[in-house]
Design a binder for this molecule. Structure first.
Ligand code: HEM
Length: 150
């Protein structure tokens, strides 16, 4: 009986050890379920919806309200850490975070630029700034978004 108990606990112990050894590190966490990603998803939805609004002068107030919301999301993620940070050598993490914040500040600045153009009814400028805003996504993701393990 005693030997059986010892055997069972040994087996349980080794199973636990194995599961810890093979459990994914934080680096393997998918980049689309972090708090940062949830804000990004709101930005994504909002930016898509904005395009139509910018073409319709009647939607000026709605566009400004939406942009204000998106600016809130951009401001929130500015103080967050991308999941990719754990894969950056310690000595480079400072520069990585400075670059990340610069990219988010550019994103926020782009949103503010669109908002101002909408408020001042400069629709061509609004559309031009909107296009610039959309182009910020891919290059930033290449550097700051964690590479998914497929
Ligand atoms: C209009 C511009 C942008 C859109 C629409 C956008 C959209 C998204 C979306 C939908 C995700 C969720 C994961 C996915 O489905 O790919 C995401 C993740 C992410 N985005 Fe953006 N993004 C934009 C700009 C930026 C910028 C400028 C940065 C600056 C570095 C950035 C950094 C990230 C990071 C780091 C993640 C991964 C989440 C994490 O690490 O926790 N994005 N983005």
């Amino acid at each position: 009986m005693k030997t059986k108990t010892i055997l069972v606990s040994l087996l349980a112990g080794s199973l636990l050890l194995a599961s810890t050894a093979f459990s994914p590190e934080p680096a393997a966490r998918p980049a689309d379920d972090t708090e940062l990603a949830l804000h990004m998803k709101e930005i994504n939805k909002g930016v898509r919806g904005l395009q139509k609004m910018l073409k319709d002068a009647e939607q000026k107030d709605a566009a400004i309200a939406l942009l204000s919301e998106l600016e809130g999301h951009a401001l929130a993620v500015k103080s967050m850490k991308p999941a990719q940070l754990v894969n950056v050598p310690e000595g480079d993490q400072g520069d990585f975070m400075t670059g990340y914040r610069a990219a988010i500040i550019e994103l926020l600045g782009g949103m503010l630029e669109v908002e101002l153009a909408v408020a001042e009814e400069r629709s061509e400028d609004a559309m031009e700034s909107y296009k610039k805003l959309q182009k910020l996504k891919n290059p930033s993701h290449k550097v700051y978004k964690i590479k998914e393990k497929k």
